[in-house]
Ligand binder design. Sequence first.
Ligand code: KIV
Length: 271
Amino acid sequence: MSVSKDVKRITTHILKAMKDKNEKISMLTAYDYSMAKILDSAGIDILLVGDSASNVMAGHETTLPITLDQMIYHAASVVRGVKKAFVVVDLPFGSYQSNSNKALASAIRIMKESGAHGIKLEGGAEIAESVEKILSAGIPVMGHLGLTPQSIYKFGTYTVRAKEQEEAKKLKKDAKILDNLGCFGIVLEKIPAKLAKAVTKSVSVPTIGIGGGPDTDGQVLVTHDLLGITKEFQPRFLRRYMELHEDIKVAVEKYIVDVKAKDFPNKSEAY
Ligand code: KIV
């Protein structure tokens, strides 16, 4: 029997129960009201207001430029479109790395000003103090390990992380730290499937994979990638369910033809 199907709201407790009952968790990104409403009505478990909004919504090359104010704007829009899904918001680059008091203040602003249900931040041992402080304020925290896009200039590339033993060992240790601190979940991005499976078994909270293979407790994708709106981005882990870029282009081309031909609007479309 499904744990999530008949509940009114997805909570951190429901997500934990889903892991324990081996029911996979579905998660997608959302940055605006209209899309959030569609994804929520389709039954998505978690909506992530990801800092990938920096790429997808604003056209930046990395996630680094997006600000806390901009994340709050996106998050508040998403929250207004949601009835059931659990809404998690990324703490953007620069809003938590310098010290744990700043991290807490940023998390509180997100919760207070957007109405979201939890926050996500990237890293392991380095951010433990911040995670602890945010959790002690009663704010649910999700971790993010593996490929952490806010550190892209340290990594140098977007290739698979933790292929070497030393990095894999640190990742396993970091996952344990986040689990023991009380995070409600951990995103595992672009790491070997075998490692994602081992981490998933070793922690008590749900792991959500993106490029982590089939054995994590759930999966997350960027919605615009899944829908084929961002057609240049084609990593191996991405399954496209639509080719919306093409469909939208064809529709707009038809509209332009109709306007130029004075075919739109016709009599029945006018007052
Ligand atoms: O910002 C984002 O979209 C993310 C996902 C890729 C997990 O962090």
